[in-house]
Design a protein around this ligand. Structure first.
Ligand SMILES: [Zn+2]
Length: 69
């Protein structure tokens, strides 16, 4: 399953929801962003995960900029 322009990190990248011998994962074909996902996650739940990761990354960037300032 491909999710176009859905990357939590680079925003414009295509996220591929795939699986290997270790389990399911999400990977950005553009920037290489990768996260493990729970097994047999629904499309709706997967999009929620993408939103969660986006929020995590934003919070992380914010804490970095605060550390500099
Ligand atoms: Zn990306």
């Amino acid at each position: 399953m491909l999710y176009f322009k859905s990357c939590p990190k680079c925003a414009t990248g295509t996220i591929e929801h795939n699986y290997d011998t270790h389990g399911e994962f999400a990977q950005c074909l553009n920037c290489g962003f990768m996260r493990d996902t729970p097994g047999a996650v629904s499309e709706r739940k997967f999009k929620q995960l993408l939103g969660n990761w986006r929020n995590e990354l934003l919070a992380h960037e914010q804490s970095l900029s605060e550390a500099v300032a």
